[in-house]
Design a protein around this ligand. Structure first.
Ligand code: SAM
Length: 215
């Protein structure tokens, strides 16, 4: 896999990632990490957590990866990959997976997850590990993407009957532990750049859904 490490891109094997993970108390994977700000802040505050940001767009992760190198953070990995291409053999590595404000094919997989995707996420988590998804798209504010992806208007009903039902279809191990809804202002607490951007934008409702891997 490709690891965006500061200004360089180097190859890292699954074995290397597992060995590194074993040196930390826990592992947090942020899928669709974007520019990586969330992972940077998380790593800065939690030196005993290995923070792994994953995104298919390599160039996006460069800025915060450079910041991590400058701060000499040894608990960060920025990997070039996607929800579709997650390596199957990273099994049981993650205590937590976050998917914050997914878009494009990542959002499509959250709304209509394939069996393969759900199984990969389930497998990536340790027993007791959490998958946290923050949804905040708006059909009204993003009409062209909504049309392209065929997005339903975001609501509690969609979270329950589409997202949760979609995951439940393919996994008995992932159980919903929390559903929350809040207004966009609270997004700034999350700390990712998209969350901050949307917090200052037009009104939209945000939904948080948490799953726990129960066995
Ligand atoms: C709206 S941005 C949110 C970025 C970040 N989570 C944040 O809150 O700042 C959505 C991100 O999902 C990534 N993405 C799109 N399709 C993806 C996929 N199939 N797998 C993983 N990430 C994907 C995009 O490259 C983009 O960085």
């Amino acid at each position: 896999m490709q690891w965006v490490k500061g200004n360089k891109t180097i190859e890292v094997s699954v074995k290397d990632i597992i060995e590194l993970a074993n040196k930390f108390d826990s592992v947090h994977v942020d899928l669709g990490t974007g520019d990586g700000r969330y992972v940077y802040e998380l790593a800065l505050k939690n030196p005993r957590i290995l923070c792994i940001g994953i995104d298919p767009v390599k160039s996006q992760m460069r800025e915060y990866s450079v910041k991590c190198v400058r701060k000499k953070l040894d608990n960060v990995l920025f990997l070039v990959s996607s929800i579709e291409n997650l390596p199957a053999n990273l099994a049981g590595i993650a205590d937590k997976i976050t998917i914050i404000l997914p878009w494009g094919s990542l959002l499509r997989q959250v709304l209509n997850p394939s069996k393969e995707t759900v199984r990969k996420l389930e497998k990536l988590l340790k027993k007791g590990g959490e998958l946290e998804i923050v949804l905040g798209y708006s059909v009204e504010l993003e009409p062209s993407e909504a049309k392209r992806l065929g997005l339903p208007e975001l609501s509690e009903g969609v979270v329950k009957n589409v997202v949760i039902a979609g995951f439940a279809c393919h996994s008995e191990k992932l159980k919903t532990s929390e559903i929350d809804s809040f207004s966009k202002e609270k997004l700034s607490d999350i700390g990712s750049n998209w969350a901050k951007k949307l917090a200052f934008g037009k009104y939209r409702q945000i939904f948080l859904v948490k799953f726990v891997r129960v066995f």
